[in-house]
Design a protein around this ligand. Sequence first.
Ligand SMILES: [Zn+2]
Length: 431
Amino acid sequence: YGRCIEAIIEHLEAAIAYASEPMANALRALIAFYRSGEDADREAYDIAWVQDRESPVDTINGFVEVYLDARSIKGAWEALVFYVNREKTHQIQTIAANAQWFEDHMPWDPRYRRSGAQGVTANAIDIVIETGESGPITPVGINLPNDQAIRELHGSKSVSLSNVIEAYEKSIIPELRSEFSWTDDETARAVKWSAFAGELATNMHEVIGHGSGRVAERLNGNPQAALKEQFSSIEESRADLVALYFVADPKLVELGLVAEEDHADVVLAEYEAYTRNALVQLRRVREGTQIEEDHMRNRQMIVHWLMANTGAVELRRRDGKTYYVMADARAFREGVGRLLADVQRIKGEGDYGAAKALFETYGVTFDPAVRDEVVARVERLKLPSYTGFVMPRLDAVRDEAGAIVDVEISYPLDLASQMLEYSAATRHLRP
Ligand SMILES: [Zn+2]
């Protein structure tokens, strides 16, 4: 990585001159960490990054997420540059401003409750560029840093990726919803509400999901060490369950985030979409009979746990097709609350055995015959398994002296040429 990291540092140094003071501090700390690789420097960077709450432009840059490592230790490199979308930021900031209320109403043992919820900084953002593990296939929400001790002491930053969510929504093929919906009502609710409900759930997942709760003292703020390869799946489950639990809470109406007359439909749309996804996501695992990716494991675990332990989700068949049907929203929420209490306990105590049992029972293996059926259905409809994004292209406009006077934005709208351009731009850094 040496030559690549040298080049990254060069760009970070060039950015310092244009950064606000808190951001410049974070960039300097990041450079120091890239140079040393020492954990103490990584901590200093995490703290400096979290303390930069106001900058209108921000970046995530480094070996961050461990979802792809079977041991959940090695971070995959990613880099994002983004700016705050002022108009869309209201919803996520309202959730963050009320974080303590949500914390106080979590359906888990009060010993895991965080008091004086440490500032969760939350913004809706527009992505300028994402590369490495975060692009061109992108997350829709991010909450960092991953270091639990820093989260508890210094807080965290959450972002919801507005322009990504909007582009996803506009590019969805209608059949992806109707093919796997049990009724026409379900399809209609998905068309009308799933974008809205999905964004709301993502915001809650990041801010009051990842941002909430505390762990037992003896874990020293490091439940990862106790939960090992199960940690990421447990943490993603916890965040999803918080969102599923509170999406049905009347508090959202009181906060003005959902209109009272729409609330029941929004909840149904979210629960139905979540349930369908556990089936539809199997299209991404075309070989073998095991799910490896942590988010996919967590989503399968939750739906299959609900199927086994509540009357909320049913497996039905019609005309040779399999459906996952959300049959009872009240039972769904009640089950989610029970499972969330246990998942928080597992994280809070670092209960590795319980985490492993939970995922091995409900989250890892699947019936290959059902997967083959799902693959055949999506192939017939030509539905994509993944969506890759084309970034806006920025070209500097310079005056005669070479100073940047403007930036021209264009949209190449071609994934292959984008990736070839990126590859060419970094060719000299590879052996
Ligand atoms: Zn997450």
